[in-house]
Design a protein. Sequence first.
Length: 329
Amino acid sequence: MKLSKEIGIDLGTANILIYVKGEGIVVNEPSVVTINTETNKPIAVGEEAREMLGKTPGKIQAIRPLKDGVIADFQITEILITHFINKLNLKGVFSRPTILICCPSNITSIEKSAIQDVALRCGAKKVYIEEEPKVAAIGAGLDISKPSGNMVIDIGGGTTDIAVLSLGDIVTSTSLKIAGDKMDAELIKYVKDKYKLLIGDRTAEDIKTTIGTAYQASDRNVMDVRGRDLVTGLPHTIQLNASETEEALHECCETILRATKQVLEQTPPELSADIVNKGIFLTGGGALLNNLDKFLEEGLGVPVFVAENALDCVAEGCGIMLENTQYLQ
């Protein structure tokens, strides 16, 4: 009988997912913490705190502790992880969990040890840190242990990780600070410039998920967008269509395309041959942007597929790695 639990954590800029061995994904909530700035006490964590984003009075602050896939605020991150680990109720007689945490592929060793510290303070017995694209590839169902090339583009909230994998590890990779959040920001900027209307992050995200398109948008997809008119200062509603979102998101999609080309240019030719055969897999929430796969396929001339469970790939990958410890170093 094993007494200690094994947990995998996908510590994302937008969401935190926790996988418990033998149980599957048990937590999938936004990485947001609301604190009272006078007492520094957390008021809400996760979904409840996300509801408060952009809607808080003076002394209450809704904070997203992870910026660009990296911990920007350690204290808050600790509150976040501790909250969910305590909620899982893993405290047995002898049990301190083994935790596997996923992070973007280009973080520094200082950032890595900082993440380790946070996990140890949250009561972990042993902490493994793995690179996101590798875990995402495993979660997408690719067998990366063989000597053949697999390519993943993992588009999260804060970072896009692009990697070519072979023999269980990353051969070439790059990480961009352009992902879901940047797309939201571009939409906000676009609406502000074109319609003189100020919208919030939540609204921008709704636009992105409802009518956002990367390629071949139709004008028939429209959506009412509400915000504050910059000229009159009053609440105002406009209509936005899908081809406008394509225009707004074009720069972000181009950047991801350029970075993918760079990674492919640095890839050994034998692995490139495999990638043409198998195609490139998109994972992460950003992979769900309408027609992004078609846009990349057009630009790269290589088949591009969206992973089945794009949002949960990293957490699922954590699970598979915990089941097969030979993956863990």
